[in-house]
Design a protein around this ligand. Sequence first.
Ligand SMILES: Nc1ncnc2c1ncn2[C@@H]1O[C@H](COP(=O)(O)OP(=O)(O)OP(=O)(O)O)[C@@H](O)[C@H]1O
Length: 326
Amino acid sequence: MNDILNVRIKAGYGTEPILEDVQFDLQQGERLGLVGTSGAGKSTLVLALMGLLPWRRGWIKGEVVLEGVNLLALNERQARQVRGKRIALVPQSPLSALNSALSLQAHFEEAWRAHEEGGGNRFRARIKELLQKVRLPAEGHFLSRKPGEISVGQAQRVVLALALLHRPSVLIADEPTSALDPSTQVEILELLRQSNREDGTTVLYISHDLLSVLQLCDRMAVLQEGRIVECLPVDRIEELARHPATLALLRTLPVPPSVLRKYAERRVASPSTSQGLLQFQAPQGAATQASVSPDKPSGGTNPSGQPSEIIPFSPQSVRRSTTSAY
Ligand SMILES: Nc1ncnc2c1ncn2[C@@H]1O[C@H](COP(=O)(O)OP(=O)(O)OP(=O)(O)O)[C@@H](O)[C@H]1O
């Protein structure tokens, strides 16, 4: 397999480095999970990869090479041509990512115009195809609704469809299930897997939820105190894990990773039933436990204790989010 993304960066805010030395490669068509405790720098990494860190008064050094192009060497106009087209984002909180004043149709039109001109028929065909893919109604009455008139699960499907609109090479999913109920979480993970399998979309899945990472991903990287301390194939994680941060995360699991993999495989073999995963997810405390590592970094926990704010995926939402962020 070929590398599609090579990341070698340091990044931070003001004089404080948050990502001390983050290095990883993403291969074409793979699903890489990046797991880290609260404050480890996951959101900062997402901002860095999307070229949005300067909007949050952050800085970045090094290189983010996507399909041979160093994104950090692009000017803002060039970066906008890549963002949302070659690399796209599914953010954490779908409703915050959507503009409450605009219809869903207007969101799709705006995201389309960001990278395409004209193409009325192509646009309509693509929207229909996408809505079917994410299992939303493709009728006009649904698209005429505003974000406040759909459920959070539907909003996350809309956001996923928007991110997939231009068939990005790399899809970054930043804790995309954290606002969802367990059954919708399973469905969104399945949609990510489906997009990866059917369209070859390379997925960088960022989460503090080890269970979902083990179920979705081929490899798992562990971010701790601004460094990737270990990156391992998920199917051999018990055998190969050495770093204390990885071992501490694994110890929080209620069952061994190999059992989890079996559930995930059963789910893929029989996608019409989510029962296997749902049964496993029923003890929700387990998922919560797994997301909190006892090996928590000593420095730099987000003072609010809340997940970081939404990272936008379109020029319009960049403006809105930036305004609301300060
Ligand atoms: N705009 C900012 N200015 C200064 N420091 C920031 C800013 N945003 C985040 N930080 C700090 O950077 C560190 C990493 O935060 P980040 O949000 O990237 O972590 P995280 O792993 O995404 O955490 P969580 O899982 O809680 O969202 C924290 O110490 C946080 O306080």
